[in-house]
Design a protein around this ligand. Structure first.
Ligand SMILES: [Zn+2]
Length: 479
């Protein structure tokens, strides 16, 4: 198996992947908090994880990925109470929307998608373990983790704990490094709030205990990879380590992978600046799912991604280029034979593609290897150096790239229609177009020019452009 190297936040180095169970990689991914629609910054992280798991599988690993859905937290409890409905009912529509969004972006479903509220017992059991080990204390019915009892606290985020007041505590789930404090494992209910009656008292779990309990339940006490956005490293992931390692005495995670921020036109995305986008905001502006997927995956995950209008235009053209290339391979007539040079060129692209991804999932290198090959093969087709038996080889290479990139399937309109964005009429399927082109060729051959013109017009009306080349072959593309 090829060596795969990944940047580990814990050590600050790029290291070879070395899974606990040879041949299998167990990954935990912090999923969405379902109190609103996920924004495109979240999807940047989810697309990265999708590329990672697809690449591991292409390299022959079995992948076991668990993603949580945080369906209980401060914001959910307050919003559900304000709406006068239960939290399950409140979160349902956001979970549904999230699943539709990941489907639109061709993000594969993890092997397990688990809801926090289905695992309250597991969280209670983990908190009891921490209580038995003397790592907790109770105050006003809430249970806190005493960070001074865990000497490794801060090892992931490299936080400086000098000057932190012992016993000072924090009740909210999200806070900055400056506010490192004892954090809540279990929160006593406030009047009117949703709560569970449990062995450790009435209340609800803190956010951090969720991920420790669910990840270890499904993946074992030591995970191979834990991923998330860079903003989760502190306090969330730091607290996950403190909870899990104190409970088991074992390393919790071998490799921590964090995806960098996404910014919009050079600015931080924020509601107050009016540049806060969900996926559906972009769909309603006419952008296609494949365009967004391309843009999100085009920048290596550890670099900040600047999401711009120009970038969207380029992404759209890039996807078209790949699709047109495959269409050309499938429709153009080539002379018999095979060209060893062409085959070597394709092989070179495949090997550069894999090497790029094996080097900390460098998608920029992987994409460059694909587009360089597309350019060179197009040139050899123009020069008639590309032969019949080279076509299946080139198509196989494109399909192999697409096992990772997932951009070739021309299903944007279908995905948009599913989400209610059926603004344009559905495209004619490629098979139907090719059948009409064949019929037109036959009509021309039998000098039925009237029929040939009718077919050309019919295709034009459906938004399909034909290009007749001198050698009599026909290429087509969508307008
Ligand atoms: Zn998490």
């Amino acid at each position: 198996m090829r060596e795969i190297r990944l940047h580990n936040t814990l050590t600050g180095r790029v290291e070879p992947l070395n899974p606990v169970h040879p041949g299998e990689v167990r990954i935990y991914t912090c999923g969405p908090t379902v109190y609103a629609s996920a924004h495109i910054g979240n999807f940047r992280t989810f697309v990265f994880q999708d590329i990672l798991r697809r690449f591991l599988r292409l390299q022959g690993y079995r992948v076991m990925q668990v993603m949580n859905v945080t369906d209980v937290d401060d914001r959910i409890i307050h919003s559900a109470a304000a709406a006068g409905i239960g939290i399950r009912e409140f979160t349902e529509k956001y979970i549904k929307a999230f699943l539709e969004d990941i489907d639109a972006l061709h993000i594969e479903m993890p092997e397990e998608l688990v809801r926090a509220t289905d695992h309250i017992d597991d969280m209670v059991a983990l908190i009891e373990k921490l209580q038995q080990k003397g790592l907790t204390y109770t105050s006003d019915g809430s249970i806190y983790y005493r960070i001074s009892k865990f000497p490794d606290y801060g090892k992931l985020s490299k936080i400086d704990l000098t000057g932190i007041q012992a016993g000072a505590r924090v009740d909210v789930d999200q806070y900055d490094k400056e506010n490192a404090r004892d954090f809540a494992l279990w929160k006593a209910p406030k009047p009117g709030e949703h709560f569970w009656e449990t062995r450790i008292g009435p209340g609800r779990p803190g956010w951090h205990i969720e991920c420790s309990a669910m990840s270890m339940k499904y993946l074992g006490e030591t995970l191979d990879i834990h991923t998330g956005g860079v903003d989760l490293a502190f306090p969330h992931h730091e607290n996950e380590i403190a909870q899990s390692e104190a409970a088991t005495g074992k390393p919790f995670v071998r490799m921590w992978l964090h995806a960098e921020h996404l910014i919009i036109e050079g600015q931080k995305m924020s509601k107050s600046l009016g540049n806060f986008y969900t996926l559906r905001d972009l769909f309603s502006k006419g952008h296609k799912p494949s365009t967004i997927r391309f843009l999100l995956l085009s920048v290596p995950y550890r670099r900040q991604l600047n999401f711009t209008e120009d970038g969207l235009t380029q992404a759209r053209n890039s996807v078209e280029r790949l699709r047109n290339f495959v269409a050309r391979l499938k429709t153009e007539q080539f002379q018999a034979g095979s060209n060893l040079e062409v085959q070597k060129r394709i092989e070179q692209a495949e090997s550069e593609f894999d090497a790029g991804l094996a080097n900390d999932i460098n998608t920029a290198i992987a994409l460059a290897s694909v587009f360089d090959m597309v350019r060179d093969v197009n040139t050899s087709m123009d020069r008639k150096a590309f032969l019949q038996q080279d076509a299946p080889r080139a198509i196989a290479a494109m399909e192999r790239f697409d096992a990772i990139l997932s951009l070739l399937a021309d299903d944007d309109d279908e995905k948009l229609a599913k989400l209610g964005f059926s603004t344009r009429k559905a495209r004619m399927p490629a098979a139907e177009i090719e059948a009409l082109i064949a019929e037109r060729q036959a009509a021309k051959k039998s000098r039925d020019f009237k029929r040939a013109d009718e077919i050309r017009q019919k295709l034009a009306d459906s938004g399909i452009l034909l290009e007749d080349s001198k050698d009599g072959t026909v290429r087509w593309k969508y307008k």
